[in-house]
Structure formats: structure tokens, C-alpha cells
Write a protein that binds this ligand. Structure first.
Ligand SMILES: Nc1ncnc2c1ncn2[C@@H]1O[C@H](COP(=O)(O)OP(=O)(O)OP(=O)(O)O)[C@@H](O)[C@H]1O
Length: 334
């Protein structure tokens, strides 16, 4: 478990104090995939780096596994960091070392392991990330996705219980991003590792995270389960991120020439695939225009979101039936 208690951070720049993070209270549970999303400069890296003390809080406390680590130094700091792996946007591999030597690096640095044990562990890690055939290559001979897999293997070498991901897929194309996120989800499931990732893409959050915090100008402005935040965003910044992930603009929908009231229906789980709408239409005689729609998954759960214009004498009856089936309805202002 990771806990921030009123943790804040200011930097000194040219003699003046710049607040990067206002006091944050936040708990990340053991074994979850926790996402932090925000625009550039929102304070994501700063918050992430407080966990392994690459940055120290200006005020407040940071707890890891129940221990107050805020002032950790020396052996205590080394122990903390050995238990926390980290991967980076630009991979940070050693270009003059082979893949196997990059992965072995933290093990040799830590010391106390025979070379045969190091080799065994490296082989195991390369198997885990699907790179067994590439052990003797150099980073320059690998694709971006393969480099990040080396980064992940290296980060897991010392068997950490926490993995920090600093924009780990931002330099990758969409397909490679998907495969790296799938690997992270697999590692989370198989090893029970806590994963904290920062990103500026809601789609990354949707695919892999259990919970999310939205950072805006150093403040946590929204936090909750990914499904709740994704389907019912409240803060304007969150709404913009969700709209971007839906490939629509952040403004409210404008549908000139469409009559009736506008509703956004959010389906989750099994309701996503049931023929509810056609049943309600048949039963109540209401009419609808489908204005936009999407069916996808939030991590492993299917969801659907439809925007409809609806009209008819028995509209209230129709809405009640839809709600009774567990579908969430929001009226959309024109
Ligand atoms: N070492 C530093 N010295 C001075 N100011 C800093 C330092 N690191 C970050 N900042 C400032 O703190 C604020 C938050 O930065 P941070 O890097 O945490 O944001 P971010 O959300 O991770 O942004 P990005 O996505 O661009 O990396 C910014 O205004 C940034 O300029």
C-alpha cells in the first residue's frame, strides 16, 4: 500500500517558489493498477517520484507498506528503492550493454548473487517479457516495444512489489502500446504487483487501470474507479480527457435539426449486449435517433455509451424501464 498524507512539493526556481503539487491525500492499495492522468505540468511525475523518493515532499508524509519513508536515508532508502521498480518513456537502457546485461544490471548492483544465479534470473525475466531470443542483442537493434520490454524486465529484476511507470507507452505506436499494456496487466495479475502509472491518455487508463486520479495544476480534482470516472466524469479536465478518448470534442454535442430530448445511456457488464432498447421501443412506442455510440471495454468489463434523441408520449415510462434494467441515463443539455 502507498499512502500520501498531505504530501506537497514546491520547487525553487531562480529564487522563487513554484508549487508543483498541492497537499495530496491518496491511498493506492496493494495489488491494484492505479493511474494518474493530467496534462503536461500538472504534477504527475512529481507525484510518482515521491513514491521512490526521487523527489522529497516539501511537506506532508509518504508511506509505503505502512512505513513512513519520507525521511529514509542510506540503507533504508536503498531497501525502499529495491522494492520499487520503475520504467520510463524513453526506456533509459544502457546502449553499450546487451539486453541480458541491461536486465542483470540491478542484480549486479545489488550484489550478493553468483553469476550463475544472475544468468538464471535474467533468462526467467526475458521469458516473462517474451524476449528470450534477444538476450545478446543491443538496444539499438530493438524496436521501441522491445526496448520497453527490456525496461520492464530490468525493473522487475529485484522482485519489487511496486512498479512505477512514467509515461511508459507515450513513445510507442498504438499497436505496440496495446501489447505493452497487456504485458503490464499480465504482470499485475500473475505477480500481484502494485502498478502506478502516469499518462496523458485516457485510453491507457481505460485499458489497464483499476482506479484513477486526475491531476490538474497540482491538485487531485477527481478520483475513483475507472468505470465511474470514465462514464461519469465531473471535473472539466476529466471531461476533456474522456472526450479525447472517445475521439469527440470536449464541447457538448450539437445536433441541429434533431427533435426530442437528448440522453446519454451508459451500459455496463451484461446489459451492454442485451436488446433492451428495442424491447422498450416496442413496448412504449417512443421513437429515437441514434446520434453517437461506442461499445468497448474498461479493463475486462464491457461497456456501451449511446447518445440518443428521444420523443414520444410515453417517454418517462421508457426512461423508467431503461433505468430499471440498470442502465444509467443522463440528460444532455443542448
Ligand atoms: N526539478 C524541477 N525544478 C523546477 N521545477 C520543476 C522541476 N520539476 C518539475 N517542475 C515543475 O513542476 C510542475 C510539475 O511538473 P511535473 O513534471 O511533475 O508535471 P507532469 O504532469 O509530469 O508534466 P509532463 O507530463 O510534462 O512530464 C511544472 O510546472 C514543472 O515545470
Amino acid at each position: 500500500m502507498i499512502r500520501f498524507s498531505a504530501a506537497s512539493k514546491s520547487y525553487r526556481v531562480n529564487g522563487s517558489t513554484v508549487p508543483a503539487l498541492h497537499p495530496v491525500d491518496l491511498t493506492i492499495e496493494a495489488g491494484e493498477v492505479f493511474g494518474i492522468i493530467g496534462h503536461s505540468g500538472a504534477g504527475k511525475s512529481t507525484l510518482l517520484r515521491l513514491i521512490n523518493l526521487l523527489e522529497r515532499p516539501t511537506a506532508g508524509r509518504v508511506f509505503v507498506d505502512g512505513r513512513d519513508v519520507t525521511d529514509a536515508q542510506g540503507a533504508e532508502l536503498r531497501r525502499l528503492r529495491a522494492g520499487i521498480g520503475m520504467i520510463f518513456q524513453h526506456f533509459n537502457l544502457l546502449s553499450s550493454r546487451s539486453v541480458a546485461d541491461n536486465v542483470a544490471f540491478p542484480l549486479r548492483l545489488q550484489g550478493g548473487m553468483a553469476e550463475s544465479a544472475v544468468a538464471e534470473r535474467v533468462a526467467e525475466l526475458l521469458g516473462l517479457v517474451g524476449l528470450s531470443a534477444h538476450a545478446d542483442k543491443y538496444p539499438a537493434q530493438l524496436s521501441g516495444g522491445q526496448k520497453q520490454r527490456v525496461g520492464i524486465a530490468r525493473a522487475l529484476a529485484t522482485r519489487p512489489s511496486i512498479l512505477l511507470c512514467d509515461e511508459a507507452t507515450s513513445a510507442l505506436d498504438p499497436q505496440t502500446t496495446a501489447s505493452v499494456l497487456e504485458l503490464l496487466a499480465d504482470i499485475n495479475r500473475r505477480l500481484g504487483l502494485t502498478i502506478v502509472l502516469i499518462t496523458h491518455e485516457m485510453d491507457v487508463i481505460r485499458r489497464v487501470c483499476d482506479r484513477v486520479a486526475v491531476l490538474d495544476a497540482g491538485h487531485v480534482v477527481e478520483m475513483g474507479s475507472v468505470a465511474d470516472v470514465f462514464l461519469h466524469p465531473h471535473h472539466p479536465t476529466t471531461r476533456r480527457f474522456v472526450a479525447e478518448a472517445d475521439h469527440r470534442e470536449g464541447r457538448g454535442p450539437e445536433f441541429p435539426g434533431v427533435s426530442g430530448r437528448l440522453f446519454r445511456l451508459s451500459f455496463r457488464g451484461d446489459a451492454t449486449y442485451s436488446p433492451l432498447l428495442s424491447r422498450v421501443v416496442r413496448d412504449t412506442g417512443v421513437e429515437y435517433n441514434l446520434l453517437s455510440g461506442r461499445v468497448d471495454r474498461i479493463k475486462d468489463e464491457p461497456y456501451g455509451q449511446l447518445t440518443l434523441a428521444m420523443h414520444g408520449e410515453r417517454l418517462d415510462d421508457a426512461l423508467a424501464q431503461i433505468r430499471a434494467a440498470g442502465v444509467d441515463i443522463e440528460e444532455v443539455n443542448r
